[in-house]
Design a protein around this ligand. Structure first.
Ligand SMILES: Cc1ncc(COP(=O)(O)O)c(C=O)c1O
Length: 388
């Protein structure tokens, strides 16, 4: 058996499929990007002001490793009220974005060569982080006809004696799919039967459309100990550059491990940013609904425009700000499609292969941009499709 090391694992991990096209686009003018995964809204002023006030008041020192107490208490209250998860402030850690929370959770949950089930297509960080942690990612194909959602039967088929962890993400990046409560309940039964751990990445929880509501798997029957819930201020409050996220776990050993990794890495989150995050939770919430409503309108526009195009199709995404477009009828592979679209029409999209090995007939479109830009991008795509 070969020795495992982080450095040798790093050499096996390809660079993110997202970066390649973005780098190419950097050198071009007149680009419209459907590639970027962040809201195009400024962070609300009350949040900015709370952070500036903290700076002016000298909140410029290290905070406790797991985050300032006021923020952890506010997160605990939010999780109880919004997510139906009972976690105390001592079971919550403030992290450097949801990204750090994810790597802490994955690294602390598995041993070398444990199997980790990653429903595919998946957020680009999951598989590399599992590999870096010495784990064995099992990418499970989720089909378009199942709304790209993991079927409980297929999950059960993939479980072996080496399976330790399942990573869930709802609403999903890259598909916008939302896992319904009834499916989550079936998944819970399997998780309990095989005593798996679950990482539930809920960073898009506030962006769900058509009157549907987010359900946290950590709130369901007997899941308390099994689930690490990951969340972030990045998308909900348009705070991507602030780098404030959080995780919660009731598993004491796991929490201790994550805390050690965090204290020997970033030490703590930026203290003044945490005061901004505190205001995000405690202050007025109308921004969240305003942004959700705006994204729902944009989703409707993009979907309508795609339905009018020849050669491509899409199912309706129910959340987040992504749409996974089927390009199979164009006869092009996903990288070829994205490169040609960029070179000919200056529209940035991301090849499906960046999100899993089964998705060469898809491209991801991100729609956090104004409606006139969405229309312009669709005009260009229509022109591209008529020529290729
Ligand atoms: C599914 C998913 N999880 C986690 C993250 C990490 O977000 P952040 O580190 O900004 O909180 C992202 C960012 O795009 C994401 O799409």
């Amino acid at each position: 058996m070969p020795e495992y090391s982080i450095s040798s694992s790093l050499d096996k991990i390809p660079k993110s499929g997202i970066r390649k096209l973005f780098d190419l686009a950097q050198s071009m003018e007149g680009i419209i990007s459907l590639g970027i995964g962040e809201p195009d809204f400024d962070t609300p002023q009350n949040i900015v002001e709370a952070s500036v006030k903290a700076l002016k008041e000298g909140k410029t020192y290290y905070s406790p490793n797991s985050g300032i107490l006021e923020l952890r208490k506010a997160i605990s209250e939010k999780m109880r009220k919004q997510n139906n998860i009972n976690v105390s402030e001592n079971e919550i850690m403030v992290t450097v974005g949801g990204g750090e929370a994810l790597s802490l959770a994955i690294q602390s949950s598995i041993k070398t060569r444990d199997d980790v089930i990653v429903p595919s297509p998946a957020f680009v960080a999951y598989v590399p982080t599992v590999m870096l942690s010495g784990g064995n990612p099992i990418e499970v194909e989720c089909k378009e006809e199942d709304n790209f959602i993991l079927s409980p039967d297929i999950l059960e088929e993939k479980i072996t004696e080496n399976t330790e962890l399942l990573i869930l993400n709802s609403p999903s990046n890259p598909t916008g799919s939302v896992i319904k409560k009834s499916s989550l309940e079936k998944i819970c039964d399997i998780v309990k039967e095989y005593n798996l751990k679950v990482i539930s990445d809920e960073v898009y929880e506030s962006l769900i459309y058509d009157g549907e509501k987010h359900v946290s798997i950590g709130s369901l029957n007997g899941m308390e100990e099994n689930v690490i819930t990951i969340n972030s201020f990045s998308k909900t409050y348009s705070m991507t550059g602030w780098r404030v996220g959080y995780l919660s776990s009731k598993d004491e050993l796991l929490f201790e491990r994550m805390l050690k990794l965090h204290m020997y890495g970033p030490v703590c989150n930026n203290t003044f940013a945490q005061f901004g995050a505190l205001e995000a939770l405690k202050g007025p919430q109308d921004f969240v609904e305003h942004m959700r409503h705006e994204f729902e309108d944009r989703r409707n526009l993009l979907l309508k425009r795609i339905k009018e195009m020849d050669g491509v199709s899409a199912i309706k995404p129910e959340g987040a700000f992504y749409l996974f477009m089927n390009i199979s009828r164009t006869g092009m592979a996903s990288e070829e499609f994205c490169e040609k679209l960029l070179n000919q029409e200056k529209v940035v999209t991301v090849p499906g292969l960046a999100f899993g090995p089964y998705y060469d007939e898809y491209v991801r479109l991100a729609y956090p941009l104004k409606k006139d830009k969405i229309n312009e991008a669709c005009d260009r795509m229509q022109k591209f499709l008529s020529k290729n």
